[in-house]
Design a protein around this ligand. Structure first.
Ligand code: PA5
Length: 445
């Protein structure tokens, strides 16, 4: 079970902020539960861990098994909410070095999440001589980055296996009915999975968007969904004492009110890095609008204590930390005794790495709080598929709550369109001629 420890924000906030905010929090909570707040068309994720399409879930598992049996690699094409969750879960549970490990599941290459020609060429090179499949993921079915990448990988598959063979290796996760990808998939006969209408990209990790790649990596998606469902029940409880999402959502909003404008998510496990990326998108896109919102940042400790640690300790006092503590490691590593003790480390001989890490965590916590950085601890008892399902839902629900406290629509992303319009105009997309002239004039001074 996720536990939130707010002891180290108390000296920075109004003593009775929870009572002060209780009524607004209750309204926000009721809007989420009743699905009648701003942006309610996109709150399908609230009940998703219970109300998901069970037939499709079975198809996801079957497709994952097929990919595991006929492919040495899966290429996952998607950007933003269409890949961050899957990558976060796979790296967290299977390792950031997943592709390098000995295993009986396919390598997974994420691409189409940018416009790097070199990155794409590298994936193509890594696929050379290997059997592979492609999971192309785009809710809108029209996003430029994955659409461009898909052209290349579709051709690669068709050149290798022929059109019919390729069609059996392409899995399209997209809208039920709309969009270019859906049309293409139907015409070519690809197996398709649905991003539900009422679930936005950044809330979609527990749909086929995340579940298919996650299952291919061998993660127990039943356990992931069970953990999320348990947290869904916990979060439905309108009670500050027992609802961790209330505690976290309310605490971070109060810190924002007191002038802390940056939230730094930290973990002491490198494998958590892409969960941080997922979290940053979730909170950044949900709250950063109308000139409001905490800026979500992340660090990886203890590595970043030797870089960003300086700023956190003594830089501008406009930030707070949220530290995810992930429970005991799967492995035990005891520091060996050394006769000579040339490095003077015998005081650690016989100690487990986890013990040393824990002291680093506590020491850092005390130093940062002393330095003026409030600290929220999110405790996971352990790190497995069930616990990660809990954590995902916990962060999603807290995000919905704090978006409503902030009085923004946490489920839209109007700002994302601005760059797209300019890019289309500069690329010469039909319909953007006037804007193109305007932009070219600006660029040419
Ligand atoms: O959260 C969101 O909605 C976005 O980040 C999208 O996931 C991202 O823009 C990709 O969109 P699509 O899945 O339509 O290609």
């Amino acid at each position: 079970m996720i536990q939130v420890n707010l002891a180290n924000i108390r000296s920075f906030v109004t003593p009775n902020y929870e009572t002060e905010l209780a009524q607004r929090l209750r309204i926000a909570h009721d809007h989420l539960q009743n699905r009648d707040g701003v942006g309610n068309d996109y709150t399908g994720w609230v009940r998703l861990p219970a109300d998901y399409d069970k037939d499709e879930f079975a198809r996801i598992k079957a497709a994952a098994q097929k990919i595991q049996s006929d492919s040495e690699a899966l290429v996952v094409i998607g950007i933003g909410g269409s890949y961050l969750g899957a990558r976060g879960v796979i790296e967290c549970l299977c390792s950031a070095n997943y592709n390098l490990k000995k295993k009986n599941t396919p390598n997974i290459y994420f691409t189409g999440n940018g416009l790097s020609s070199d990155q794409m060429s590298e994936v193509v090179e890594l696929l050379d001589g290997r059997d592979f499949s492609v999971n192309v993921i785009s809710k809108s079915g029209t996003t430029t980055e994955p659409a461009v990448a898909f052209r290349f990988f579709r051709k690669l598959l068709e050149d290798k296996y022929g059109k019919e063979g390729a069609a059996k290796r392409i899995y399209a996760t997209t809208d039920r009915a709309r969009g270019a990808l859906k049309t293409l998939a139907d015409q070519a006969g690809y197996e398709t999975f649905v991003v539900p209408d009422d679930v936005g990209g950044r809330y979609s990790v527990l749909t086929a968007v995340g579940l298919l790649p996650i299952a291919v990596a061998g993660v127990d998606i039943d356990a992931l969904m069970s953990g999320a469902a348990a947290m869904m029940d916990t979060c439905a409880n309108p009670d500050m004492a027992t609802n961790p999402a209330w505690q976290y959502g309310c605490g971070r909003y109060e810190l924002y009110r007191t002038g802390k404008k940056i939230e730094v998510l930290a973990a002491y496990e490198p494998n958590f890095r892409f969960m941080c990326e997922w979290w940053k998108q979730l909170y950044g896109e949900s709250e950063g609008k109308e000139n409001k919102g905490l800026f979500p940042a992340s660090v990886e400790f203890t590595a970043d204590l030797h870089s960003m640690g300086q700023y956190i300790q003594q830089g501008e006092r406009h930030l707070f930390e949220t530290v995810v503590r992930m429970g005991p490691s799967a492995t035990t590593n005891i520091v060996p005794f050394d006769e000579v003790n040339g490095d003077g480390l015998n005081f650690l001989a016989g100690k487990d790495m986890d013990f040393i890490k824990l002291q680093a965590m506590d020491g850092t916590l005390l130093a940062h709080v002393e330095g003026g950085v409030p600290n929220i601890i999110v405790n996971m008892e352990r790190c497995d598929a069930y616990a990660l399902g809990e954590l995902i839902y916990f962060f999603e629900y807290s995000c919905g709550l704090s978006g409503y406290l902030l009085e923004v629509n946490p489920f839209d992303q109007p700002g994302v369109e601005a760059y797209k319009k300019n890019m289309f105009a500069l690329l010469g997309k039909p319909g953007y001629e006037e804007l193109r002239q305007e932009l070219l004039a600006k660029l040419n001074g």
